[in-house]
Design a protein around this ligand. Sequence first.
Ligand code: PEP
Length: 248
Amino acid sequence: MRTPLIAGNWKMNGSTALIDAFGDAFAAAKLPDGVDVVVIPPFPYLEAARNAFANTPLQLGAQTLNPQHSGAHTGEVSGRMLKEFDVAYVLVGHSERRQLYRESDEEVFDRLIAALEVGMIPILCVGESLEERDAGNTMEVVLRQVGYVMARLEPVQRYQVVVAYEPVWAIGTGRTATPEQAQDVMAGIRSYQASFDKTLAEQLKLLYGGSMNANNAAELLAQPDIDGGLVGGASLKTDDFYAICQSA
Ligand code: PEP
């Protein structure tokens, strides 16, 4: 049985006022039993979020981390620092990081290892561009991204990773993958994992991301291989995010 997980990636958005609004809304909210809900604000808001979410079921995530734990890396933040703020999850390999900051599979792997080393759960984001989908290369691209990481992990470490399938063409575009398109890729990722370990394939948590909102979440989350969502734009509104959590 895989526990559903809904994670809200605020990207470079939000404010202390929004943190407080989420704290208030989720202190009063009743979530379905057994759903994990994570809010992933920008770094400067982590301490405010830790305080504001103290009486809520919300957990904290971070949007990236440096592969090193400390040192001469001006402007960077390490996993060890994030742990001090009770950050439980961290995104690695988000398509915006891969595209805008040229993060390679190798760097994604190094960040993921740094997360595991400090006991955070990495959410490994993978997904194809529109050109790659149109060329019929979706599965090849996704399995390359997943496989690069999984093949280099110790068997036990593979159980500590969450994978988010986020088609690049669906992120922030309002164009969602159909439940069937998302399910097909999820099933492909899961059966690929079975080539390592059948138990891992059953336990691996797979999230869908890409213009998930309060209207389409239920149908996506009803797919057999979709265990949750990574939500961008719709995670910035308390009502919308709450409605998505209710669908899980
Ligand atoms: C994301 O940033 O991971 C994401 C899925 O964004 P959006 O929901 O806005 O498409």
